[in-house]
Design a binder for this molecule. Structure first.
Ligand SMILES: [Cu+2]
Length: 116
């Protein structure tokens, strides 16, 4: 290593930025949702208005009828294989909530718009 490289390395080291508060996927905040024996956890996820968000579902139990998730306004039934995170992208409305549930509509949860 030559002498002139040392200041350059110092500059590069300083450019390391702190990690974001919440992990993002293409700029959209990611919210973790687990599927347990109780169903979806958490059942209420507060999100900012009019913003694309990502729900990352991880099914942690083998025996559950929530082996898929249906999101209000989304015609696709998203299969949830065990222990494999599945990301579902959706748009938060201006106000109110977007519900999601197992295909039988037994386990229910929702993203709820708060603040601004
Ligand atoms: Cu169900």
């Amino acid at each position: 290593m030559t002498r002139w490289m040392l200041p350059l390395l110092a500059v590069l080291a300083c450019k390391a930025s702190p990690p974001p508060q919440r992990p993002t996927s293409g700029g959209a905040p990611i919210y973790e949702v687990s599927v347990t024996e109780k169903g979806f956890e958490p059942v209420r996820i507060e999100v900012p208005p009019e913003r694309e968000v990502v729900l990352r579902f991880t099914r942690k139990v083998a025996e559950t009828c929530a082996d898929a998730v249906v999101v209000q306004g989304d015609p696709v039934k998203h299969m949830l294989p065990q222990d494999k995170p599945i990301e579902v992208r959706l748009m938060a409305p201006k106000t109110g909530q977007v519900r999601f549930a197992c295909p039988m509509d037994m386990y229910r949860a929702a993203i709820v718009v708060t603040g601004g």
